[in-house]
Design a protein. Structure first.
Length: 292
C-alpha cells in the first residue's frame, strides 16, 4: 500500500465514521437509521469505497499489481504437457453444482484457460458436467478459448457433455470415464461433496496427475490427501484473477486483503481502547461507543 492509498483510505474511513456517528445521534422520532446496526453500515460503506478505488487503480495499472504465485496453477501446464507426451486426454470436472454457486463460476473460468493450453498443445479435453446450464457455459468458455488460440476446428461440442444431475450417478459416470479413457491428468475445480474422495481415489488408481480446487472446507482434506496439488479456499478464487489478469477480478482479490488489514487494525485499536479504559487512563472506550 503506497502513501496515496493510505491517505485516500484514511480520509474515506474518517468521513464514513463521522457520517455514521451523525446518523446515530439523530432523534428517535426520525426513523431513518437503526443505531444498533451502525457498525455494519460503516463496514459496508468502507468495503464499497475500497472496492471502487481498487477497481479504478487496477484498470490503470493491472500489470503492476503483485499476485503471489500459486503452485497448483503452475502445475496445470505441467499436467497438460504430460498428457500431450503420453497421448492421453485431460479430464476436467467443474463440480456438481449449478452456475448460481461462485465456486462453479470460478471453475468454468479456469476451464477456459486450461482449454487454451489444450488448444495450443493439441491435447484432447474431456469435460463431463452435472448441470445443463454449466454445460452451456463450459462449452462457450472452451469455444472462446480455441478461437483465441486460432484453432476453432479443434473445438468439438461433445468435449463438454452432460452426464446426470444425480450426485452418485454422476460420480459413477465420471469414474467410468476415468477407468475407460485413462486420462493422464485429472482436474477437479468447483463445488464438491462426498464424491470428491471417489474422484480422487479413482484418479490416483490410474496414475493420473491430479489438481483440485475448492472452497468446500469439508472436502479439502480429501483432495489434499489424494491429489498432487490442491487450491484451497481463497487460492481457488484468486486463480481466475491470476490467470485472466482482468482488472475487476484482480481488484476483488486486493480488496479482500485490504479489508482484512483494516479489520485487523480495527481489532487492535479496539483492544487498546479497552485496555486503556480498564486501566483508567482514558474516558473514551471505542467498544462501548459501538455498543459491543
Amino acid at each position: 500500500m503506497n502513501n496515496k492509498q493510505i491517505q485516500t483510505y484514511s480520509i474515506g474511513f474518517l468521513g464514513i465514521t463521522i457520517f455514521t456517528f451523525v446518523l446515530t445521534q439523530l432523534p428517535e422520532s426520525i426513523h431513518i437509521f437503526q443505531s444498533e446496526r451502525a457498525v455494519m453500515f460503516a463496514l459496508l460503506l468502507t468495503i464499497i469505497m475500497v472496492m471502487l478505488n481498487e477497481v479504478k487503480e487496477a484498470r490503470i495499472s493491472a500489470d503492476s499489481i503483485f499476485l503471489r504465485t500459486i503452485p497448483g496453477l503452475k502445475a496445470v501446464e505441467e499436467a497438460v504437457g504430460r498428457s500431450t507426451e503420453m497421448g492421453r486426454p485431460i479430464l476436467y470436472v467443474p463440480g456438481i453444482m449449478d452456475m448460481n454457486e461462485v465456486e462453479t463460476v470460478a471453475g468454468v473460468i479456469i476451464l477456459g484457460h486450461v482449454a487454451q493450453m489444450t488448444a495450443q498443445y493439441e491435447t484432447s479435453l474431456d469435460v463431463p458436467v452435472a448441470r445443463s446450464i454449466v454445460m452451456q457455459a463450459a462449452r462457450e468458455s472452451c469455444k472462446e478459448a480455441y478461437l483465441t488460440q486460432g484453432r476453432p476446428e479443434m473445438f468439438n461440442e461433445d468435449m463438454v457433455h452432460y452426464v446426470t444431475d444425480d450426485q452418485f450417478a454422476y460420480a459413477a459416470g465420471v469414474n467410468g470415464i476415468m477407468q475407460r479413457d485413462k486420462p493422464a491428468a485429472c482436474m477437479y475445480m468447483g463445488k464438491f461433496y462426498a464424491e470428491s474422495l471417489l474422484f480422487a481415489e479413482t484418479g490416483n488408481s490410474i496414475g493420473a496427475i491430479q489438481i483440485a480446487g475448492t472452497a468446500s472446507q469439508a472436502q479439502i482434506p480429501f483432495f489434499v490427501t489424494a491429489c498432487d496439488y490442491t487450491l484451497m479456499g481463497e487460492e481457488y478464487f484468486a486463480a481466475s484473477a491470476y490467470l485472466s489478469r482482468k482488472p475487476e477480478l484482480i481488484a476483488g482479490v486486493k480488496t479482500q486483503d485490504m479489508v482484512k488489514l483494516m479489520l485487523i487494525s480495527f481489532i487492535g485499536v479496539a483492544l487498546l481502547s479497552r485496555a486503556l479504559s480498564d486501566l483508567g487512563l482514558t474516558s473514551f472506550n471505542l467498544l462501548t461507543w459501538l455498543g459491543l
